[in-house]
Structure formats: structure tokens, C-alpha cells
Design a binder for this molecule. Structure first.
Ligand SMILES: Cc1ncc(CN)c(N)n1
Length: 222
């Protein structure tokens, strides 16, 4: 199976996320509030672009079953995952309008542009390759942080959602879709898809780093 090969390739990259100070801070609740708010706002606009990938996937699907799987992923992102962001925003006094109007920072813009570029140029398998590390690595982080749960962690809901059954189910359907769409594909095409998954895994690390350093654009906005 293609995703077994992928797992071996990305596991060393994803395990480095667990050592990242932002992720560690989420896990033990010590994460600075400003850094979390930066993630919340940046991630909200990231997810709006990410959701468009699934709409593109649905339009490129070659059968109804695949179309339905993309549409479930889209629904899960808009109404399950982004609900978590809306709940945290309420708690931190950020309005939905502010969330939605966030100006995407440099890394965020580069990451979503990279994914959308591959989704638009390729077939449905390119769309899944572009979104796979996103869903799967958050589920991986959520499950790892859930194992070392800390009493009174203010970010507990984050860990619960990303490690929970509903998000795990969504992740598993993305993994299943990747395997279905790559069955019987020649090595040249598999290598191309693998490259997308590795690059998006690097972007994931850069996104954590961007939130840790409160990075926006390298020059002051005029
Ligand atoms: C940057 C990023 N990557 C992944 C996920 C999980 N869908 C997310 N919310 N944000």
C-alpha cells in the first residue's frame, strides 16, 4: 500500500513536530496565549484554502464514491474542525469576523499556494497527496499528546478534537482514498505524489515555527 511507504518516509519528519516547542506547549498547557492566538487566526484562513482543495477534489473525482469522500472531508473541515477554532476564538475574545479577515502570513500563503497549485494542475490523487500530511499529521500529534494528558490543560479541547474518533475517521478516509487512487500507478507517478507529501510535511513544520515565532511578513506592513 502506498500509505505504508509514505508512513516510513514521513515518520522522522512528523516525530520532529513532537519536539517542537509550540507542540510541546500545547501538550502540557504551557503554550503562550499570544502564540496560540496567532495559530488560531492563521490556521482559520489556512483551513478556508485547505477546504477548497476538497471542493477541487470533488470536481476532479472520477466516480461518485470518491466525490462523496471529498465532500465528507470538506464538511468535516468546515463544520467540525473549524468549529473548534470558533469555540477557542470565543474563549479568547476574537470575533468570527476577525478570524476570517486574518491576513495570511508568508509561510501560510506559501503552503496553501503550494497545495492549491498541485490540486489544480493534477488529478484527484494529487489533491489527496496535497492534503494528506495536513490531516494525518494533526491526528498523529493529537494522539501522541493525548497519551501524556495533563490535568487542567487549557488546550485540552485541541488535543481531544484532533485525537478523537471523528477526526480519526476523517483522517482514515483520506488515507483510504490515497491508497485507492494510487492502486496500480507506475513508480514515476507514485514518486511525484510522495514528493508532494514530503514537501507539505516540511511546510507543516514551518507552520509550527511560524506560530512559535509569531511570524507574519518579513517587512512591516505599509
Ligand atoms: C497548518 C495545518 N495543518 C493541518 C491541519 C489539520 N487539518 C491544520 N488545521 N492546520
Amino acid at each position: 500500500m502506498f500509505t505504508e511507504r509514505i508512513w516510513k518516509r514521513v515518520e522522522p519528519i512528523w516525530s520532529s513536530y513532537l519536539e517542537h516547542p509550540f507542540v510541546k506547549g500545547l501538550g502540557d498547557g504551557s503554550l503562550d496565549e499570544e502564540k496560540f492566538k496567532h495559530w488560531l487566526k492563521q490556521d482559520y484562513v489556512y483551513l478556508i484554502e485547505y477546504a477548497k482543495l476538497m471542493a477541487i477534489g470533488s470536481s476532479k473525482a472520477r466516480d461518485l464514491k470518491t466525490m462523496g469522500m471529498f465532500s465528507e472531508l470538506l464538511h468535516g473541515t468546515l463544520f467540525m474542525e473549524m468549529d473548534l477554532h470558533r469555540k477557542f476564538a470565543l474563549e479568547f475574545g476574537i470575533s468570527e469576523e476577525t478570524l476570517e479577515a486574518t491576513d495570511a502570513a508568508a509561510v501560510n500563503t506559501a503552503y496553501t499556494s503550494y497545495m492549491l497549485n498541485h490540486a489544480q494542475r493534477g488529478g484527484p490523487e494529487h489533491v489527496v497527496a496535497a492534503l494528506l500530511a495536513c490531516a494525518w499529521s494533526y491526528n498523529y500529534i493529537g494522539k501522541s499528546l493525548a497519551e501524556q494528558s495533563v490535568e487542567g490543560n487549557r488546550y485540552a479541547q485541541w488535543i481531544e478534537m484532533y485525537s478523537g474518533d471523528d477526526f480519526t475517521e476523517l483522517t482514515n478516509s483520506a488515507i483510504e482514498l490515497m491508497d485507492q487512487l494510487t492502486a496500480g500507478k507506475p513508480e514515476r507517478e507514485l514518486a511525484e505524489l510522495e514528493e508532494i507529501i514530503v514537501k507539505t510535511s516540511y511546510y507543516e513544520y514551518m507552520f509550527w515555527e511560524m506560530c512559535e515565532t509569531l511570524e507574519e511578513w518579513p517587512v512591516a506592513k505599509g
